[in-house]
Design a protein around this ligand. Structure first.
Ligand code: F6P
Length: 324
């Protein structure tokens, strides 16, 4: 392998820049040329490549977002799109790539590998932590800290006014963010995609909470929560059924994806980049780099894509006990 491409794809996440830096520097260390591919698979199709040397990634380890930009590419979902991408890579002499992204990005890489027998390696980057084969994805730890910090601030105003807040956090399919920030910020209830708490239990729990003398209440709602109601609908429901509460809503949105990566994410990104490049050098392909018990690990793409990342059920129980 003489030239490795690196791209970021799908939703951005803090730590992606640290991972780009790591891939570029690991290539430099092993005397391999490295090319940045702009705008994910879109840029691959457009041949939007730039050579990157060790110095070109200075000063980015602490930056949020991705200097290579990201995109969700529809063209790469088509065979024609992938053929053009392959031709562009060959033209540039790139003979392997590392994709930093989520399961959609890995599915694309896996299909590409099958069609063209092209060496690929994945690094999981998404704040949702919804990827099988790693206990942590890049950006997850940073997002937890960002969100906890914001909930603390909301708690200040909630308790000054004796209010109930429904706070929507990201997490389409998995409740990792909701569950962890809920415990970390002392939420009264946490609604996640994995469990249907049910409106009755929610109301009952809020009544109990009020009766026990709590001045404010925070309910964390994951984007994809099973109750199937938006935070605004939940507010309406409580407004109609619980006169004792004054309710407000806060949708945190994309601020959760921004900001400087935590030290944990920077270190993880650095380790993952090295592992991805060195795996390609030793002839491995079609794997995602992950971390398990503080050891770097490889999971075949098909397992990473098909497998489901599971929440820790113990956390649900801890949350119940803490919100007594
Ligand atoms: O996958 C990460 C994520 O932030 C999800 O939590 C969220 O549902 C989605 O991306 C939002 O995507 P977009 O930025 O395209 O609106």
């Amino acid at each position: 392998i003489k030239k490795i491409g690196v791209l970021t794809s799908g939703g951005d996440a803090p730590g992606m820049n640290a991972a780009i830096r790591s891939v570029v520097r690991a290539c430099a260390f092993h005397d391999i040329k490295c090319y940045g591919i702009y705008r994910g698979y879109e840029g691959m199709i457009d041949g939007d490549f730039v050579e990157m040397d060790a110095r070109s990634v200075k000063g980015i380890i602490n930056k949020g977002g991705t200097v290579l930009k990201s995109a969700r590419s529809n063209k790469f979902r088509t065979k024609e799109g992938r053929q053009i991408a392959y031709d562009k890579l060959r033209e540039a002499g790139i003979d392997a790539f590392v994709v930093i992204g989520g399961d959609g990005s890995f599915t694309g890489a896996m299909i590409f590998n099958q069609e063209f027998n092209f060496p690929v390696m994945g690094i999981p980057g998404t704040i949702d932590n919804d990827i099988y084969g790693t206990t942590h994805t890049l950006g997850y730890d940073t997002a937890l800290n960002t969100v906890v910090d914001v909930i603390d601030k909301i708690r200040d105003t909630a308790s000054s006014h004796n209010r109930l807040f429904f706070i929507e956090v990201m997490g389409r399919d998995v409740g990792h963010i909701a569950l962890n920030v809920g415990i970390g910020a002392g939420a009264e209830e946490i609604l996640i995609p994995e469990e249907d708490l049910g409106l009755d239990r929610l109301v009952e729990s809020l009544r109990r909470s009020k009766a026990s003398g709590k001045s404010s209440s925070i309910v964390i709602v994951a984007e994809g929560d099973k109750i199937g109601k938006s935070v605004f609908e939940l507010k309406d429901y409580v407004d109609e059924n619980m006169a004792e509460y004054e309710v407000r809503v806060s949708v945190l949105g994309h601020m959760q994806r921004g900001g400087s990566p935590s030290c944990f994410d920077r270190v993880l990104a650095s380790r993952m980049g090295v592992k991805a490049v060195e795996s390609l050098i030793t002839g491995k392909s079609n794997y995602m780099v992950g971390i398990k018990n503080d050891v770097m690990d490889l999971t075949p793409f098909d397992q990473a894509v098909k497998g489901k990342s599971k929440i820790n059920m113990e956390l649900l129980r801890v949350s119940d006990i803490m919100s007594i």
